[in-house]
Design a protein around this ligand. Sequence first.
Ligand SMILES: [Zn+2]
Length: 287
Amino acid sequence: MGDQFKAFFVSLVLGAIAVPILFAIVRKLPRTWWIWGAIVYCAFFAVTAMLAPVFIFPIFNKITKLDDPKVTVPVLSMARANGIPAREVYQIDASRQTTRMSANVSGLGKTMRITMNDNLLRRGSLEEIQSIMGHEMGHYVLNHTYKGTFFFSAVFIIFFALLNWSLRWSLARWGERWQIRDIGDAAVLPLVFLLASIFFFILTPITNTYTRTEEHEADMYGLNASRQPDGFAQGAIHLGEYRKMSPGPLEEWIFFDHPSGRNRIHDAMTWKAENLKLFEQPPGAAK
Ligand SMILES: [Zn+2]
């Protein structure tokens, strides 16, 4: 409940900044507002993403530098090997909210960082942690944060164009009955939220497929970088606690924003089968 209140307060502050700016654009430029509105919204989105790791995440969780050489030494070595200029590994006390194991890349530009959650550190084997950090480094090296910002900016421009059209259409039909004067009337906001919910609901398979494709890229990068297919398969099994392991192809296409556990384990074992020499002990080597 405390977290809900904090989230409410954060959206209140962000909304109080963004909404008046958007309404000012609508009133000043009634014909082309949707283009300028989309641009301003995307800029706002990017700035928020940049500030979030420093100003928003710490409202909900404690983020600290990880000080456990058993983990940081191999992870930072992998970072150097992959051209990532990281000197620190961060951890977040996600166990306050969940038992789920996770790690992520957050921020934009100078605030970009890779963070592990404490559930992963507590429950994951070192091989598993390395494979998951390889995955997160994949997101970093493949510039997924920037590409994602670009993709979602395009989505928002289409959304604002459709929003403009559908608002005009519904206000011409029901505006008088709903007592909404025009698009510049603040009473239009609930309708905006309704239309946004419908738009992003219909778009679910497309946004999910976009993120799932990037997640698959990060999976393959992570396998190559960490060389820990068994650790990665173990991680997929752990994630199976809250993600269905073996969905049908259509189910995966519509609902999954990450590859299914089954596909991830299959990828890991295919990788291992093609790299078996890395796992064979040379004859006579001490075990
Ligand atoms: Zn990922």
